[in-house]
Design a protein. Structure first.
Length: 355
């Protein structure tokens, strides 16, 4: 924290939390009592306040709707057995939001606004944090351009908003994925390395096509050759081949995932060989053919670890070993859960206590 801010708080008269079982709600559809808002105008952030969760009053000419100046983050808060609420690596989310802002010609958010607003909001809505082993409070900070104007230019006004929702597992079961070799997620020089809203909008149609064929997600490949794997759906992608954990190297087409970094940190700490480099789909399938492909999984804030049990490529399905045989991904999933829940030592100082 670099300073403090005055936050006007309009507290809801009666909490709605008793109307829900926060340990058993669908992901992203049940929202907590309050939201944090800060407004940007005249070259500075101002008017920071917490207000009851509600709709956004807006003009149909609002710049974000027409020109795509919209970015967001995804992060989580956890409650341990003692009732303490903690955040997982929040400064990494703060830094990434501002990298996104710079790329999208939007103003950076000061740390005192991001963290000050987030901590006050969580203190107010701590009753919404699930207590179940796989439960968490999903946190969605985002910035939208709010100029009421038609014309292609960077907006001069913005809103920074934080909303939260109790959440369980994102994927209830292991997933089957289709290697996408026609559409692509990102291009060099584009915005694939930031969390711009448009990245997700462009992914929906190819994903819909894959789902119609019986897959839950796609594996994105590079836009030039479609030979090299990049991400899976909205997650970073990892493979255990032989005695090595492999993941695509970061660049301007791949998001620098905080869960990704956490998984790699734990793998190296445990002495596992790790390689961050280009990985072709042919290499993966060759490893499948000779029996050295032990595991494949996606990792991200929402899913944490999503086991991949089948890969579709060029009309053929390749089945992977069952989840119960996977030593690394099941171990890392359990370790991350235990760190976040306060069940084991937080040796990397990833958790920040809120209340």
């Amino acid at each position: 924290m670099t300073g403090t801010i005055d936050i006007q708080i309009d507290k809801i008269a009666k909490s709605r939390v008793s109307e829900y079982d926060v340990n058993n709600v669908p992901f992203g559809k049940c929202f907590s009592d309050h939201m944090f808002v800060a407004e940007y105008a005249d070259g500075k952030w101002q008017k920071a306040y917490i207000t009851p969760y509600g709709d956004l009053p807006m003009s149909y000419a609002m710049s974000a709707l027409h020109y795509g100046q919209a970015i967001f983050e995804g992060m989580k808060a956890y409650k341990n057995a003692q009732g303490d609420v903690s955040l997982f690596r929040p400064i990494e989310n703060f830094n990434r939001l501002n990298r996104s802002a710079l790329r999208m010609a939007m103003p950076e958010v000061p740390e005192e606004i991001f963290m000050g607003g987030l901590l006050e909001l969580l203190k107010l809505d701590s009753a919404w944090v699930p207590t179940s082993e796989t439960g968490s409070l999903y946190i969605r900070p985002f910035i939208i351009a709010t100029d009421e104007a038609i014309g292609v230019k960077a907006s001069e006004t913005y809103k920074f908003v934080i909303i939260t929702c109790p959440a369980g597992k994102y994927y209830g079961e292991p997933i089957r994925v289709l290697v996408e070799t026609n559409y692509f997620r990102a291009v060099h020089g584009g915005v694939g390395f930031v969390k711009a809203a448009g990245n997700y909008g462009r992914s929906l149609f190819p994903t819909k096509l894959a789902q119609a064929k019986g897959y839950q997600q796609v594996i994105w490949t590079d836009s030039v050759t479609h030979q090299y794997v990049e991400e899976s759906g909205t997650m970073n992608l990892m493979f255990v081949i032989g005695d090595t954990l492999l993941t695509p190297e970061l660049g301007d087409t791949i998001l620098s995932g905080i869960t990704r970094d956490s998984v790699l940190t734990l793998a190296r700490d445990w002495g596992l060989k790790v390689e961050e480099r280009k990985i072709s789909i042919r290499e993966v399938l060759t490893a499948h053919g000779n029996g050295t492909l032990k595991e494949a999984f996606g990792c991200g804030t929402a899913a944490t670890i999503a086991h991949i049990v089948g890969i579709g490529f060029e009309g053929k399905d390749y089945d992977l070993p069952p989840v119960e045989q996977r030593k690394f991904s099941t171990k890392v999933d359990e370790m991350l859960r235990n760190i976040r829940k306060g069940n084991v030592e937080d040796k990397f100082n990833w958790m920040m206590k809120v209340v």
